[in-house]
Ligand binder design. Sequence first.
Ligand code: ATP
Ligand code: MG
Length: 761
Amino acid sequence: RDQYIESRFARLNPVQRQAVFATEGPLLILAGAGSGKTTVLVNRIANIIRFGSAHGSTELPRPVTEADLNDLRNAVAAGRDLPRETAYLAVRPARPWNVLAITFTNKAAGELKERLRAMLGDTLGGDVNASTFHSACVRMLRRDAERIGFPKSFTIYDSDDQQRVIKQIYKDLMIDDKFLPVKSAIGQISSFKDKLLSAEDVAGEPFANTKAQLVSKIYTAYAGRLKAAGAMDFDDLIFHTVKLLQNDAEAREYYQNRFRYVVVDEYQDTSIAQFHLVRLLAGGTNNVCVVGDDDQSIYKFRGATIENILNFEKVFTGAKTIRLEQNYRSTANILNAANSVIKNNMGRKGKTLWTDHGDGEKVHHYTATNEQDEASHIADVIGEHLREGASLKDHAVLYRMNAQSNPIETYFARAGIPYRIVGGQRFFDRKEVKDINSYLAIIVNPRDDVRLRRIINEPARKIGMTTIEKIGELAASKGVPMMEIIAHVRDYPELQRAAAALERFYEMYRELCDLSVSEPLDQFVGDVIAKSGYEAMLKAMKEEGETRRENLGQLVSSIKTYADQNGEDATLSGFLEEVALISDLDSYDNDADSVTMMTIHSAKGLEFPYVFVVGMEDGIFPGEMAKYNEEDMEEERRLCYVAITRAKKELYLSTSRTRMIFGQTRRNPPSAFLSEIDPGLLDETQSPELTGYGGGFGAGYGSYSTNVPGGRSGYSGASRGYLNSEYNAHPRGGFGGGYSSGFASGGHESPNSYGGRHQVQ
Ligand code: ATP
Ligand code: MG
């Protein structure tokens, strides 16, 4: 029988199989990237459900009968060996719902479910509870929230709701945002909850200073309001579940009975609160298996603590540790590059990964002139792979910050390369970008009623829905655009109540129209953002507005690049045309074959045959701030390790000599991580512009000027559509910087704009 079961897991290596069969008691699987941790986790669940746990059990090939039960009773009473088939009953193989599998993102949870279905069939596999920490907690709280004084139908507050509450508290307590930024208060409250400190706990401690005292006051008020509203924020979901399990023995026993097996993937990124949750849930049987890699811990900024992994053996007594050392994902060159980077970190458990895959290609490193050139290089390589028979979905483009996706998106859209962005919105789909583009649209085209409706009361100008509808009706009955009605608002008695507001709007509109002819484009767009009141509105929103203001900064960058590249031919309507083209081009079909684009954070646990990591520059990756702090630097290095180890066949790193950020050109030196990779593993190439023009032009940065004068010729030479078989030679033959469509990008984002944890299903 054992042989039969073993054969089911024949693909696994002996150490992996050992982990699959160690179903009882605490187990830590500590291993590097691509060593099969997630694979083991899935197989282990399959083993638990399919074959039961203890040895000697067997699959019962028929329904249980009364005779089985008699056999069983007799055997137990007589202390005999169990009849072969009834042994099954004694060991009670777990039912699917006895297993709780927790992972980090919704995407990972979905993938886990899929793999379980594939191994166990739809019924068994589908019934396993595979979810994120947050969704697992929501499910428990929906059942038991009343036990801790919340309604079962409690509301979940997102970060926007959270801010509204805090701002109201600021007003009531007359707190000055300058003294204590809202963002900082929210961050501190969040980290209290991560450490399981309630508002009372915090209030009971002596305060280091007045600020700390103030935060405590805010926390108390905040917790009170949420309770009164019957609401929980994301941190509360975990916090309250832990409190429920700690304080309510009945609930605790219920869940401990139900979840006889608890498994956690990506354990290195759990917080203190999450650790306690795991410990409490697994407390009944102690059948807890966690898998992780200390070198892939990348969520410290959200309260993850590597201590959870390091202390596992101490906390769970009798824990077994299994290490996996063979990497099945990548070629030797890629793996060695990853190893040579991560070995520069001090605080690690240390391990060596090996592979019996061949060396493979060297790691490609491309030096681009600017971010458009970088994008065009990626498109070239993908085009080549497609011609060699690879699929689009074999490719992933990874970046440090969401904001970096913009120039690549733009280029892909133009080149007809379908792409999909994971965990981030496409740049031109973002609300604020669409809003400002709508202002530009009505200036170019006063008849654009749709765009007018979109922004006439955005920001709020006291022009209500009823007024807008009335204007629409009047316009329709007269057969004129709505703007025409607004221009003569005094002629219409039915609009009198909103007349003043409409006149002010029209005045602003006229002024912007005038400026659109007199000012340079980028300055003009800046004026639209300011004079429309949009900027003031975002400023009033504080943190949330900050990211959105950064996006508008990028919009200004985009139009500046456009203007630079098109010289005298640049017009506002020309710009809007480009944008429209980009927004229209690809449809959002999740199943369609397409290139995946995402931040490195959201790529954790995934793998692709071809991986591009862009922006390998100091100031981007590692980020500006990390340079001054060794701990942050180590976290960035782990992030780099994660990025490199996503690649199976080939890895492409790229650096750009210049990069446009917020309308300014930056010259970042190449990333420090590049110099940590053994040069023998790297295959260096650079933009033909840098080689072709030798001498002063190509040598070293500093001498190179950004705004490629020949941009336009590159543009016109470009062919659209790798897929339309129009693709031939790369257009960047000339001096022109290639396909310089150029919407520039850049910008730093607040940490909460990374994908992942704050998603609840
Ligand atoms: P990460 O640290 O990135 O999460 P991981 O340790 O979870 O990686 P997996 O994703 O489970 O690794 O496995 C990496 C790849 O290796 C997968 O494609 C998987 O199918 C393959 N693999 C795992 N174990 C084996 C094995 N014994 N034989 C062949 N392939 C394997
Ligand atoms: Mg994994």
